[in-house]
Design a protein around this ligand. Structure first.
Ligand code: PLP
Length: 467
């Protein structure tokens, strides 16, 4: 690709007087724009011919890395399986052109989709009722915590303001509790990565009357099944609090176990992670919330209408495609793929918690720390080989976290290819560390200053010129 011609900002390709459009003749007459609404000076629009515009944007789009370009082993928030047929189903004009305010007797089909999806989610989770309204996982957490707060308040338990969150939790858990006006208390993990039950017991015996809920992610953010859930559930319920299940990544549980059966009262599911819907760039999503029988009167109104209906549509199509039989293979296959990669790489990457994992696991950087090659370097070098980087420096429990989730839908060939490249990078780190430390070499942009980009984002051309 010729970066000079097509990789610059469209403004930099501008030449006075060029244009790539021709407008049709004005058929409507001239209407004067009031003086006070007019621009003081000409809009600084780029002036380019059509081919320059088309090539510029086409080449820019090809610089993007997505799940359709290559393997995407991003732990925790990964792009899981997004079958193309679901896009077709969600785009059917009969659904896509619906208006939320059109007469109810013309929207029976869409309502049926919502009802049937809720039934399926109840079946899959062992809970009693679902709402499809929340627009994301974090929104689901807030909704679920509002259910819990409403429940306690209905019983006059206004002092229950504490939410217990394990130190391995996704950052949205404490954030949602704070947005809900609740206070957060952290419970530590043991060396094996699971919740410290003794610490929890003490916490509950000291603060019993003030605790509103415990939020748990299972498998947790290290990809580990929390084996002590029966004990944890007993302790938390004993002090009158409710159990919240973060089911953002429910794929490893499908066909294996159900939160409702484990004693959880409220949960959310990220449809956009577990049940398809491409969600790069921050959306769209859906975080339906499910509750145990008796809690459904406490659902708050968190959005109008039925949430992100097209996301629900894809989820329902996905569930029907797999059906009762094959949906039970999702969990075991996600688990098998993750364990296979872990076993194949643990002699060269540091595996701090060496047990059977579920859908994902965490390395603590390269095993050989003497090379000075960091997790960041490994992640950047992966880009050179055409792989998306895993999640890095999260969870915060280790210094060099490298969190890998292959998902259930990848073939053994793809996974073997990734393993080979990860081993090759480990070898490069030993033999030619500078190659890894200066990666990426094959991408249009090398390393950016993340901190500067976050603190001083330059998002307009004008500002760029001024600077
Ligand atoms: C992704 C994720 C969330 C948040 O979901 P959003 O849709 O991004 O708001 C919460 N918890 C866990 C464990 C997640 O992986």
């Amino acid at each position: 690709m010729n970066n000079k011609l097509y990789g610059n900002l469209i403004f930099e390709l501008s030449q006075p007087g060029r244009k790539g459009y021709s407008l049709p003749k004005n058929r409507f007459g001239n209407y004067a724009v009031p003086q006070e609404l007019r621009r003081k000076e000409e809009a600084a629009l780029p002036e380019c011919d059509e081919m320059t515009v088309v090539r510029h944007y086409t080449n820019l789009s090809a610089n993007n890395f997505g799940v359709d370009n290559g393997f995407y082993p991003l732990g925790s928030c990964t792009m899981k399986y997004n079958p193309k047929i679901n896009e077709e189903v969600a785009a059917l004009p009969q659904f896509q052109n619906l208006h939320p305010l059109q007469p109810a007797d013309t929207t029976k089909g869409a309502e049926a989709v919502c009802t049937l999806l809720c039934h399926a989610l109840c079946e899959l989770t062992g809970l009693h009722a679902f709402t499809l309204k929340p627009f994301a996982g974090a929104h689901g957490e807030l909704t679920g915590l509002m259910v819990i707060r409403n429940y306690h308040e209905s019983r006059g338990d206004h002092q229950r303001r504490l939410v217990i969150v394990p130190d391995s939790a996704h950052g949205t858990n404490p954030a949602s509790a704070a947005v809900c006006g609740l206070d957060i208390v952290e419970v530590k993990s043991l060396a094996d990565g699971t919740v410290d039950v003794d610490a929890l017991r003490q916490l509950c015996s000291e603060n019993g009357d003030s605790i509103a809920a415990m939020m748990m992610t299972n498998p947790n953010t290290l990809g580990l099944f929390e084996r002590q859930i029966p004990e944890i559930e007993k302790i938390v319920h004993h002090c009158g609090a409710l159990m919240y299940y973060d089911g953002a990544n429910l794929n490893p549980m499908l066909g294996a176990a159900r939160p409702g059966d484990m004693g959880f009262d409220v949960m959310h599911i990220n449809l956009h992670k577990t049940f398809s819907t491409p969600h790069g760039g921050g959306g769209p999503g859906a975080g339906p919330v499910g509750v145990r029988k008796g809690l459904e009167p406490f659902f708050p109104t968190v959005s109008p209408y039925h949430g992100n209906f097209a996301v629900a549509m894809r989820a329902y199509a996905y569930i029907l495609t797999l059906g009762r039989t094959y949906i039970k293979e999702v969990g075991p296959l996600a688990t098998l793929n993750a364990n296979y990669i872990k076993q194949q790489l643990k002699d060269v990457y540091e595996l701090p918690i060496d047990t059977l994992c579920k859908h994902e696991f965490v390395f603590d950087g390269l095993k050989d720390k003497s090379t000075g090659v960091t997790t960041m370097d490994v992640a950047k070098r992966l880009l050179d080989y055409g792989y998306h980087a895993p999640t890095i420096y999260f969870p915060l429990l280790f210094h060099e976290s490298l969190m890998i989730e292959p998902t259930e839908n990848e073939s053994k060939d793809t996974i073997d290819g990734f393993i080979a490249v990860m081993r090759r990078i480990a070898q490069e780190a030993a033999n030619e560390p500078d190659t890894v430390k200066s990666a990426p070499h094959n991408t249009p942009i090398g390393r950016v200053d993340d901190v500067l980009a976050a603190k001083h984002p330059i998002v307009t051309w004008r500002q760029l010129q001024r600077d």
